[in-house]
Design a binder for this molecule. Structure first.
Ligand SMILES: C=CC(=O)SCCNC(=O)CCNC(=O)[C@H](O)C(C)(C)COP(=O)(O)OP(=O)(O)OC[C@H]1O[C@@H](n2cnc3c(N)ncnc32)[C@H](O)[C@@H]1OP(=O)(O)O
Length: 169
């Protein structure tokens, strides 16, 4: 945890949602992102940081966010300078689960067997260690992701909910 805190020296500031997400974020490898922010952290720039950045929708996992997350993971996986990846959300919420507004137009088959949520499985294919730094709500699919990580750290004290679906750090 101490090592994680040194990577995230001012966690509240770091995790504060950055508004104006219409402005596309530039990724080191050149890709442009709308729903996530990526940076290389650490003295040797060897830690890939991915922050979910869709604060108005509580980081709900829409198709665009999932695609960008997948691209960023792939880029850090291929970047030989990167030894580990930290995945985080905002101060109030890590992720409110799948985007239920997007899902309502889809059939069960479309949700399950198309790229909609499948791309998320890429997280478990990444060979580099992924550390999930979780604050606030982590709901359903947004909760299952940290559970697949190499290591999950909550930067605030963790209060576990009673339901299987909701967990709030
Ligand atoms: C594949 C399986 C799954 O993942 S199913 C699980 C899907 N997730 C959910 O069902 C959670 C739904 N969200 C909530 O229950 C609540 O938002 C909350 C408890 C996580 C937080 O409540 P709070 O009162 O603090 O916020 P709001 O409800 O006002 O939400 C703010 C804003 O975010 C939008 N939003 C929240 N969750 C989602 C979501 N999962 N998908 C799409 N959008 C979401 C919500 O609609 C509000 O936006 P607005 O434009 O004001 O409607």
């Amino acid at each position: 945890m101490a090592a994680l805190r040194s990577l995230l020296p001012c966690v509240p500031g770091l995790l504060r949602p950055r508004h104006g997400c219409a402005a596309l974020r530039t990724f080191a490898a050149g890709a442009k992102f709308e729903y996530i922010i990526t940076e290389k952290k650490g003295k040797a720039h060897n830690v890939g940081l991915i922050q979910l950045n869709r604060p108005k929708a509580l980081n709900a996992l829409c198709k665009g966010l999932i695609t960008e997350l997948s691209q960023a993971l792939q880029a850090f996986e291929e970047d030989r300078a990167v030894g580990a990846i930290v995945l985080t959300g905002g101060e109030k919420v890590f992720a409110a689960g799948a985007d239920i507004k997007e899902m309502q137009a889809l059939t069960f088959q479309e949700c399950s067997f198309t790229q909609f949520l499948r791309q998320l499985d890429q997280l478990s294919q990444v060979k580099k260690p992924i550390i999930a730094a979780v604050n606030g709500y982590a709901v359903s699919v947004g909760l299952r992701r940290p559970r697949t990580q190499f290591f999950t750290a909550s930067c605030l004290c963790m209060e576990r909910g009673t339901g299987s679906c909701f967990e709030k750090a």
